[in-house]
Design a protein around this ligand. Structure first.
Ligand code: GLU
Length: 469
C-alpha cells in the first residue's frame, strides 16, 4: 500500500468494536457504502480495536453480523488496527527521523501544570512546547528513567481548513491545536494517529463519519500533510435525534441494529429508511437498494440532525412486506413460528402470508398471525363461549358442519359461498354465525376473513373442532 493518489473512489467504515452496531453507525456505514457503490469504487471495513479495555471479539462479530444482515459487504477488509502495530511504529520512527515528530519527556503532572498555568492566564489549556525542537533552541537535559511520549509537531500558525462535503467550509486556527501525542511512553500509537496511517495506506479518498469527529479532522489533516499524503475529502454526518429531539438512545427504543432483525424488520426496509434519515432524492420515500446506489450523492446529505421516526419505519417495513412474495415471507417467518413453538409445516404458510401481509408492519406480526394455523389450538375462554354459543348458534354450527363435510372442494370460495347460503337459509346476518364459528374453530373472536381461514385450517381440523363443541 502506498500514498499514491488514485482516481478510484475508496471509502471506509471504521467502527470501534466496543458494543453492538447502533443505528447511527449503520447509517454512516450505509452512506460510505452507497457512495463507493455509486462511483464503482471500493468500500473498506476497518475495525478500530486499539482500545483494548473496551474492544471485544463479541462486538467485532456483532458489527460483522449487522453489516452482513444489511447487505453491506466490504470489498476490502475487515482490517484490524491491532494487526497493524508494526506499521504504525514504522511511520512514527520515520517522522522522528524527518523531524515532523519529537520526543517529549514532560510527565503527565508537568503537562497538567502547564495547562493550569495557561488556564490561569486566561489562555486555552495546552502543552507549552518545552520539548518541541526549534531552530536555535536548546532542549532541556533528558531526564533519566523516563520514557518519552512522541508528539506531532503541529504547524505553529496559519489555519487548517477543509470544505466539508456536508457542513461546508470549516477552519481551525493551528494555534488552537496542541502538539498531539502520537505514541505513548510504551510506544503504542494513539487513536488519531492510527486513523491517519490507515486512511493513507488504504488510499481512502472520501471519509464519511459522524460529526463527533469534526475536532479530530484538522489534527488528522496536519499529520497527513506532514507525511506527504494525499488528503481525502471529509464529510461529517450530523447525529440522529430521537422523536423527542434528544440524542437517539436506548430510552427511545432499540438502537442495536440486530434488534431490528429480531423485531421483524426487513433489511431492505432498514436500508431504505436509514438512507432517508439525513439524505434525500426529491420526495422519494421508497426506493430499492439499486436506486439508492444509482442516486446517492453527498450533496443531498442534510446539515441538520435527522429525527428517528418509528412510525415511518413501520410504514416503510409494511411496504416491503406487502411487496414481498408469499414464498419469501414464508421462508423468513418460518423460524419465527418455530421460536413461538409453532409448526410452520402445519399449513400452506405461503398462502397464510398472502392472507396476512397486507395488514402487517413486521415479520413478527406475521408470525403471531400465522400461529392461528401453526400453533397448538387453545379453546376459547368459557365465558366468551357461553356468551356466544346459545341454542340458535349451536343449530347454525351443526348445519354448517354437516354441509361443510359434504363440500366437494375445500376452498375459500366454496366456503364463502356455503356460509352465504347458510345465512340466507336461516335468515340471519353474518355475526350470528361468524362469531361462534370463529370461537369454536380458532379459539379467537377475531380473525382474518373466514373463508380463507377455514380453507387454510383444512377440513379435518375444522370439522374436528366443530364436533367437539
Ligand atoms: N472508530 C471511530 C468510531 O467508531 C470512527 C473513526 C473514523 O471514522 O474516522 O467512532
Amino acid at each position: 500500500m502506498t500514498s499514491s493518489t488514485s482516481s478510484v473512489v475508496r471509502t471506509r467504515f471504521a467502527p470501534s468494536p466496543t458494543g453492538y452496531l447502533h443505528l447511527g453507525g449503520a447509517r454512516t456505514a450505509l452512506f460510505s457504502w452507497a457512495f463507493a457503490r455509486h462511483h464503482q469504487g471500493v468500500f473498506v471495513l476497518r475495525i478500530e480495536d486499539t482500545d483494548l479495555e473496551r474492544s471485544t471479539p463479541e462486538a467485532v462479530q456483532a458489527i460483522l453480523d449487522s453489516m452482513e444482515w444489511l447487505g453491506m459487504q466490504p470489498d476490502e477488509g475487515p482490517f484490524y488496527q491491532m494487526q497493524r502495530m508494526e506499521r504504525y511504529r514504522e511511520v512514527i520512527a520515520q517522522m522522528l527521523k524527518d523531524g515532523t515528530a519529537y520526543h517529549c519527556y514532560s510527565s503527565p503532572a508537568e503537562v497538567e501544570a502547564m495547562r493550569e498555568k495557561a488556564r490561569a492566564a486566561g489562555l486555552k489549556p495546552r502543552y507549552d512546547g518545552t520539548w518541541r525542537p526549534e531552530a536555535g533552541k536548546t532542549l532541556p537535559p533528558v531526564p533519566a528513567d523516563r520514557q518519552p511520549v512522541v508528539r506531532f509537531k503541529n504547524p505553529a500558525d496559519g489555519a487548517t481548513s477543509w470544505n466539508d462535503l456536508i457542513k461546508g467550509p470549516i477552519s481551525f486556527d493551528n494555534s488552537e491545536l496542541d502538539d498531539l501525542i502520537i505514541a505513548r511512553p510504551d510506544g503504542t500509537p494513539t487513536y488519531n494517529f492510527c486513523v491517519v496511517v490507515d486512511d493513507w495506506d488504504m488510499q481512502i479518498t472520501h471519509v464519511l463519519r459522524g460529526d463527533d469527529h469534526v475536532n479530530n479532522t484538522p489534527r488528522q489533516i496536519n499529520i497527513l500533510r506532514a507525511l506527504g499524503a494525499a488528503l481525502p475529502e471529509y464529510g461529517h454526518v450530523p447525529m440522529i435525534l430521537g422523536p423527542d429531539g434528544e440524542k437517539l438512545s436506548k430510552r427511545h427504543g432499540a438502537v442495536n441494529v440486530m434488534e431490528y432483525d429480531s423485531d421483524g424488520y426487513l433489511p431492505e426496509a432498514m436500508i431504505n429508511y436509514l438512507a432517508r434519515l439525513g439524505w434525500s432524492h426529491g420526495n422519494d420515500e421508497l426506493f430499492t437498494r439499486e436506486q439508492l446506489v444509482e442516486w446517492f450523492d453527498t450533496r443531498h446529505l442534510t446539515k441538520s440532525a435527522a429525527q428517528w421516526d418509528p412510525k415511518k419505519l413501520n410504514w416503510v417495513n409494511a411496504h416491503y412486506i406487502k411487496h414481498s412474495s408469499n414464498e419469501d415471507l414464508a421462508a423468513r417467518v418460518a423460524p419465527r413460528i418455530r421460536q413461538r413453538q409453532g409448526d410452520p409445516d402445519a399449513v400452506d404458510l405461503a398462502a397464510v402470508m398472502g392472507l396476512l401481509k397486507d395488514r402487517a408492519d413486521t415479520l413478527n406480526q406475521l408470525a403471531d398471525g400465522a400461529m392461528l394455523f401453526c400453533g397448538v389450538y387453545a379453546p376459547a375462554d368459557a365465558e366468551l363461549l357461553a356468551e356466544h354459543l346459545d341454542d340458535a348458534a349451536r343449530a347454525l354450527l351443526a348445519d354448517f358442519a354437516q354441509k361443510a363435510q359434504a363440500l366437494p372442494d375445500w376452498t375459500s370460495e366454496a366456503l364463502d359461498a356455503q356460509i352465504k347460503s347458510l345465512l340466507a337459509d336461516h335468515g340471519v346476518k353474518m355475526p350470528k354465525l361468524g362469531i361462534p364459528l370463529r370461537l369454536v374453530v380458532t379459539g379467537q373472536k377475531q380473525t382474518p376473513s373466514l373463508g380463507p381461514v377455514l380453507a387454510l385450517l383444512g377440513r379435518e381440523r375444522v370439522l374436528e373442532r366443530l364436533a367437539a363443541t
